[in-house]
Design a protein around this ligand. Structure first.
Ligand code: IFM
Length: 446
């Protein structure tokens, strides 16, 4: 059955600064926690770093031309805080701002809507040295950085996103330690999560105060959880995991409260002075839209020995991507409908969705990634069903424009619509990129 998307649906692709830009020591950029982390032995696959990545900092014109050729209507990128404030605060670096100004102008000239994320995990190392996100002060530095960008680039960018996946920044960064800054401590992780949210709320307030003629939202990792079995203890474990990943961020932003069941569960891990009077009002400052990053389903089982959550994710039963993530498109539909029912009729963009595959350049010089086409088609259909059920979905950004630095996995995972040959930096659009171009051009999909 052919499905049709609205004329003004914002189809695009997404990237993040540290994953594509390279040029980490150029034009006054300061060190970020990811520079420090990736250069620490044992932290990333084969010690790989974002030093060069896709060399986008030098090739951005070619990349914008490519996006235009692929018919993208929107491009979601992130701004590297240490390019703007090399020391995290203080004197801004004009060369950093100029880079993004040129990029935004070129995108607009190519008819592509720029969508900017202010924080996609590259905290200036100077702020980490003062305690990083577990330190409340970082939220205020973030709001200052955000305000400066609103004042300089505000109206040129129609859609602003404060944070990308604060769950990952807080818990991969401060609980499991698999991401920068590599800390392993529940209290630090929960403090980081709260201060990320506080920084988000302060930034939204700054946006309104500056009077930017644009919209602002937040991007959250939204996972579809399901109990591993029908047993009551697995169902309860599923609820806890959902509280841990989804509700801990959605509830404060949209309801102005932390979920009571999780507050009880965390108990002493939340020190009494962490959530200060007035914080939740700031965090719940109304946003214009929600950005949803959806990748997979996770099935959850009760596990008494699994820390405060007493729950663990069990191995998937269905087909998986090269990340081992279960391919479960119907989860996107369920999730979107649930967001709509629980949090109201908020406009939503899918700000990331996509898959890693073992892509290779074939003898014909092309990359035939049929499995990615199948993945995208199934997820677009799920999104379309949610729209038919009343969800105000405004756009869909595929993760990611081109293969890039997949954090701790280095360059070993390829998520791109465009293949990158890292030796030559040659870009080769995969079959999925040409397929997506047709979907965008026709507005429909069979
Ligand atoms: O590459 C990441 C991205 O930076 C954030 N969301 C998930 C993607 C795939 O892991």
């Amino acid at each position: 059955m052919t499905v049709r998307f609205p004329e003004n649906f914002l189809w695009g692709a997404a990237t993040a600064a540290y994953q594509i830009e390279g040029a980490v020591r150029e034009d006054g950029r300061g060190e970020s926690i990811w520079d420090r982390f990736a250069h620490t032995p044992g932290k990333t696959y084969q010690g790989q770093t974002g030093d060069v990545a896709c060399d986008h900092y030098h090739r951005w014109e070619e990349d914008v031309a490519l996006m235009r050729e692929l018919g993208l209507r929107g491009y979601r990128f992130s701004i590297a805080w240490p390019r703007i404030f090399p020391e995290g605060a203080g004197k801004p670096n004009p060369k950093g701002v100029d880079f993004y100004r040129r990029l935004v102008e070129a995108l607009r000239g190519a008819g592509i809507t720029p969508v900017a994320t202010l924080y996609h995990w590259d905290l200036p190392q100077a702020l980490q040295d003062r305690g990083g996100w577990p330190n409340r002060e970082t939220a205020y530095r973030f709001a200052e950085y955000a305000r400066y960008l609103f004042e300089t680039l505000g109206d040129a960018i129609p859609l602003w996103i404060t944070l990308n996946e604060p769950w990952c920044a807080a818990f991969y960064g401060h609980l499991t330690g698999e991401h920068a800054p590599g800390i392993r401590d529940w209290r630090a992780a929960l403090a980081a999560a709260h201060h990320l949210l506080l920084g988000h709320g302060l930034a939204v307030r700054a946006f309104r105060e500056v009077g930017v003629r644009a919209q602002i939202g937040i991007t959250l990792l939204c996972t579809h959880f399901a109990p591993a079995t029908d047993a009551p203890e697995d169902r309860a474990a599923d609820m806890r995991y959902d509280g841990f990943v989804n509700r801990w961020f959605l509830d404060p932003v949209f309801l102005g409260t932390y979920p009571a069941d999780m507050v009880r569960l965390y108990g002493d891990l939340l020190p009494p002075d962490l959530i200060q009077p007035g914080d939740l009002e700031i965090i719940a400052t109304p946003v214009d839209f929600l950005g949803v990053n959806y990748y997979y389903r996770s099935r959850v089982a009760h596990d008494e020995g699994a820390g405060p959550l007493r729950a663990r994710v069990v191995p998937p039963t269905g087909p998986v991507t090269d990340m081992g993530w279960e391919i479960y498109p119907q989860g996107l539909e369920v999730l979107l409908c649930r967001l709509h029912q629980t949090y109201g009729n908020i406009p939503i963009y899918i700000t990331e969705s996509g898959m890693a595959a073992r892509d290779e350049v074939g003898p014909d010089g092309q990359v035939h990634d049929q499995e990615r086409i199948d993945y995208l088609r199934a997820h677009f259909r799920a999104a379309h069903r949610a729209m038919a059920a009343g969800v105000d979905l405004r756009g869909y950004f595929v993760w990611t424009l081109m293969d890039n630095f997949e954090w701790a996995y280095g360059y070993s995972k390829r998520f791109g619509l465009v293949y990158v040959d890292y030796d030559t930096q040659r870009r080769i659009p995969k079959d999925s990129a040409w397929w997506l171009r047709e979907v965008i051009r026709t507005g429909e999909m069979g």
